[in-house]
Design a protein around this ligand. Structure first.
Ligand code: ZN
Length: 455
């Protein structure tokens, strides 16, 4: 990976809008030191296309990249659902060694970079050995993800996950969940291990991830709610989860969270698919971020997020790739918007009078929402932010003749090609000519891991 102290963008999307001939100075730690539009390139490294901020990916379970495309077969009973997919995932999860987890994560992270993601929020629950015994270092698996992120050169928000139970509230866990389970004490030690490993690393942060209302108790959630940083949890992904929560508490999941926890800008509710209008409005007003994973939600048959009701009240959202059937921010945003169109028989749903381009509106939301719950200074090309830059090749056939917000519409809504030409992450060039700079070696190790996992 090469670093340069200065980049120059022919066009760049700055907080105030598009600007031309922008010089971007980077300090030795990889943060943006200065942004100067209307300046000649001089000796700066030239980015001749349209440059946008690197996109935060707010939800990843990296190991699931090894399952992507491999869990599509009809089961003998023919009643396939999220829950039968989860059984397949539990069988697969038993096979991962720490080396496999690191190799798969490095491949995923290289792919994410190649598509324009520059930070990954790793919601990490695969903690222990297959029989549930902790590794000698209880944070071993968490550290493997940090090592993979460093190898690929992507930023990471490490989110160790607390998983204790097998159903709402306090049901005994399933045998397939053994590798995930901790009490608060074990969880605390993993968080400490992650913090120590990430200390002083400007490319990493640490948050907390109580897995879901199925996996923790109200007391555990209250203990975590005092944390002064990002808190992520899965919520209301499936109708069955809503039914179980209603039966156990008398409230729907998002309503229960709103009524029982101090939801605010630290919180990220992953999916939040099944909300009524009142829940969507109140979640929006709380300042929490909805963590949407559109291609995974479509793949698993989760349902459709109530975007119009959420946006009407100023709701904030970001995007994640979750199970990694998709690895591109453009495809996630396209799936999000086009699913709304299918349901509502409408177009240009995520737009407003002052911002008529859905590509721009969706990208702005993903940058701000993802940054908010990553605990890092990312999501904008501005002094003090990480130098995370994505250059879109405006001579690519997908984008040819488009400019500014219209070019973002073309990126998000057309074709299957990838016009990301160059990616800078923390001031280092990690993607050149559309390829990760270490793609071949990372892929070889991934190939070895896949042969072991599928043997
Ligand atoms: Zn998830």
């Amino acid at each position: 990976m090469t670093s340069a102290r200065e980049f120059w963008a022919a066009r760049a999307l700055l907080p105030g809008g598009w600007a031309e001939a922008v010089r971007i100075a980077v300090d030795p730690a990889g943060d943006i030191a200065a942004v100067t539009p209307g300046t000649p390139a001089g000796a700066a490294r030239r980015l001749s296309g349209h440059v946008v901020p690197g996109v935060p990916n707010l939800h990843s379970h990296a190991f699931q990249r090894a399952m992507a495309g491999g869990a599509e077969r009809r089961s003998p009973a023919g009643q396939d659902s999220f829950w039968t997919w989860r059984e397949t995932m539990y069988r697969f999860v038993g096979r991962f060694s720490p080396e496999d987890a690191e190799a798969v994560a490095a491949q995923l992270y290289a792919e994410l970079l190649e598509h324009g993601f520059t930070c990954v929020a790793e919601f990490h629950y695969l903690h222990h050995q297959p029989d549930g015994t902790p590794y000698d270092d209880i944070a071993e698996m968490a550290k493997r993800h940090l090592a993979a992120a460093r190898r690929a050169g992507i930023g990471i928000a490490m989110l160790p996950s607390l998983y204790r139970h097998g159903g709402i509230f306090g049901k005994e866990p399933h045998a397939g969940q053994r590798r995930f389970l901790n009490d608060l004490d074990g969880f605390g030690r993993i968080v400490e291990g992650a913090r120590a490993a990430a200390a002083g690393d400007r490319q990493a942060s640490v948050g907390l991830a109580p897995h879901s209302l199925r996996a923790v108790t109200p007391d555990m959630l209250r203990a975590i709610a005092g944390f002064d940083g990002p808190i992520h949890l899965h919520a209301a992904e499936q109708p069955k989860e809503v039914e179980e929560c209603l039966a156990a508490t008398g409230a729907r999941p998002v309503r229960w969270l709103l009524d029982n926890l101090p939801l605010d800008s630290r919180w990220c509710l992953i999916h939040a698919t099944h909300m009524d209008e009142g829940e969507a409005a109140d979640l929006a007003k709380s300042g929490a971020v909805a963590g949407l994973c559109p291609t995974t939600e479509a793949s698993l048959g989760d349902g459709i997020f109530p975007l119009p009701a959420f946006l009407r009240e100023g709701g904030r959202f970001g995007i994640g790739t979750d199970s990694h059937v998709g690895t591109s921010p453009a495809f996630e945003l396209r799936q999000l918007e086009t699913t709304q169109r299918l349901r509502d028989h409408a177009r240009a749903v995520a737009t407003a009078e002052q911002n008529p381009h859905p590509g721009r509106t969706l990208l702005d939301a993903a940058l701000a929402g993802g940054a908010q719950v990553s605990g890092r200074r990312i999501g904008a090309i501005a002094p003090g932010m990480r130098a995370d830059l994505v250059e879109l090749d405006d001579t690519h056939p997908l984008l040819l003749g488009r400019e500014g917000d219209a070019l973002l519409d073309a990126w998000v809504f057309s074709g299957q090609g990838n016009p990301v030409r160059r990616v800078v992450c923390g001031g280092k060039v990690v993607v050149e000519a559309g390829r990760h700079v270490d793609a071949m070696a990372i892929r070889d190790e991934f190939g070895n891991a896949m042969r072991r996992l599928l043997a």
